[in-house]
Design a protein around this ligand. Structure first.
Ligand SMILES: [Zn+2]
Length: 147
């Protein structure tokens, strides 16, 4: 048996609104969909009929199975953590490659500057506070482009 989006919302602490139900905003605030389409058959699903899956998409009761659904919210969190770790490894590898090539297109930067910037970026990836798209600027301030 797999958990539904409603069960995930409850595990995340959703409370009934003043009408004794739940509204879409409450789900969005928890980072969850209120309506979703089934990845398998395209059916439109509300929170009670939507099952999060290891494909990264929502499935309906008929299209989910124990293999790709989550038994508990803790299982889902463990899986999400695993995915996040894999993403960090991927981003770190891309970063290494990117900085390796930097002397070719930013010859004004010294090896020390490049190494220092790379260390900052790798630390942010480890902390989960940056995405690969964020690192294309040399400076932290928004609006600065590649030099
Ligand atoms: Zn389906």
């Amino acid at each position: 048996m797999s958990i539904t989006i409603m069960e995930v919302a409850q595990a995340k602490g959703i409370k009934e609104d003043k009408h004794g139900g739940y509204n879409a905003q409450q789900f969005f605030d928890l980072g969850l969909p209120f309506f979703a389409g089934c990845q398998g058959c395209g059916a439109t699903l509300g929170p009670d009929g939507a099952y999060p899956s290891k494909t990264g998409y929502i499935r309906c009761k008929g299209c989910i199975c124990d293999e790709i659904g989550f038994k508990t919210y803790a299982d889902m969190q463990a899986w999400e953590k695993q995915i996040a770790e894999k993403e960090k490894i991927r981003l770190s590898a891309m970063t290494e490659e990117w900085f390796e090539n930097m002397p070719n297109w930013a010859p004004q930067r010294t090896a020390e500057e490049i190494a220092a910037r790379k260390a900052v970026i790798l630390q942010r990836i480890a902390d989960g506070t940056i995405t690969f798209e964020d690192q294309v600027t040399w400076d932290d301030e928004k609006g600065n482009s590649n030099e």
